[in-house]
Design a protein around this ligand. Structure first.
Ligand SMILES: Cc1cc2nc3c(=O)[nH]c(=O)nc-3n(C[C@H](O)[C@H](O)[C@H](O)COP(=O)(O)OP(=O)(O)OC[C@H]3O[C@@H](n4cnc5c(N)ncnc54)[C@H](O)[C@@H]3O)c2cc1C
Ligand code: FES
Length: 253
């Protein structure tokens, strides 16, 4: 983990309220699922303006972030122009397991859960990538996803405005019914979606890893703001996650 200054190379709106930011910065190498804590205003001492964002892609001296504007922090981030300076702490947390070699791979992404899943699909380059969204405008970087060799990208929208009408979990159920051979599922997105994905995985006895997007304050294990319940007791998502085996997580009702 390193705390470093980062210079904005570009910060473009690529879907409704969703920005792709490229930062020039030198971080230790990361695994898909790991994230950075971004301090938007380097000169401010407001600690709450550090926000967790997954690393979408890492180059020799750069990282890519894809983020949706939700509140004050991400709004401020969207206003950064090229040349602007941020402070970036990372890479943080534990990423997805890359050791699974056999079986079908299914990636499931919803909402702000897309970046770590896309990072993983771009790393492994094999399997099905299911992207769920409310509507077409909420799906960024579709051409990039379609273009990943070895990956079949499937879009599901709740209103049917793009891809097929329905939820990401509908596509997951269809895929695993059509092809009942062993599979591994990787997922990130809203808690309700993750819970449903993990129940499906349990039914078909598939290994499933989920990346949790709990609210965070410090990002490196000292404040306990990000604690979740698991069958092995409470865990801090920032240091013991954000990626967990799905069957460990105690999902709320
Ligand atoms: C490990 C990790 C990786 C993440 N990666 C990405 C990413 O790659 N791209 C991306 O767009 N976002 C990502 N997020 C979510 C992102 O951190 C939040 O959207 C951001 O912190 C919101 O900050 P804000 O100041 O804009 O909003 P705030 O003013 O803090 O909150 C605005 C609204 O969003 C809700 N909210 C804020 N954070 C979360 C959260 N984590 N989960 C659910 N609701 C929340 C609040 O309850 C509030 O209603 C990630 C979160 C985690 C923990
Ligand atoms: S955010 Fe502080 S312990 Fe996880």
């Amino acid at each position: 983990m390193k705390d470093t200054r980062a210079r904005v190379i570009s910060n473009q709106e690529v879907a409704q309220d969703t920005y792709l930011m490229i930062l020039e910065c030198n971080l230790p190498s990361s695994v898909p699922g790991q994230f950075v804590m971004v301090k938007i205003d380097e000169t401010s001492c407001d600690p709450f303006l550090r926000r967790p964002i997954a690393i979408l892609r890492q180059g020799d001296n750069s990282i890519e972030l894809l983020y949706k504007v939700r509140g004050a922090g991400t709004l401020e981030l969207s206003r950064k122009n090229s040349g602007g300076i941020l402070s970036v702490l990372g890479p943080l947390g534990n990423g997805f397991s890359l050791s699974e070699r056999n079986g079908t791979i299914i990636y499931v992404a919803g909402g702000t859960g897309l970046p770590p899943i896309l990072a993983l699909a771009e790393r492994i380059r094999r399997g099905y990538l299911i992207v769920g969204a409310r509507t077409r405008a909420d799906i960024p970087l579709w051409k990039r996803m379609e273009g990943i060799s070895g990956i079949k990208a499937l879009a599901m929208t709740e209103d049917g405005s793009f891809g097929r009408k329905g939820m990401a979990t509908d596509a997951l159920a269809e895929l695993t019914t059509q092809d009942p051979s062993p599979c591994i599922i990787y997922a990130c997105g809203p808690a309700g979606m993750l819970k449903a994905v993990s129940e499906q995985a349990r039914r078909i006895r598939a290994r499933c890893q989920v990346s949790l997007e709990e609210r965070m304050a410090c990002g490196f294990g000292v404040c306990s703001a990000c604690t979740v319940k698991t069958s092995e007791g409470s865990k801090r998502v920032c240091v013991q996650g954000p990626v967990f085996e799905a069957d460990l997580v105690e999902w709320g009702a």
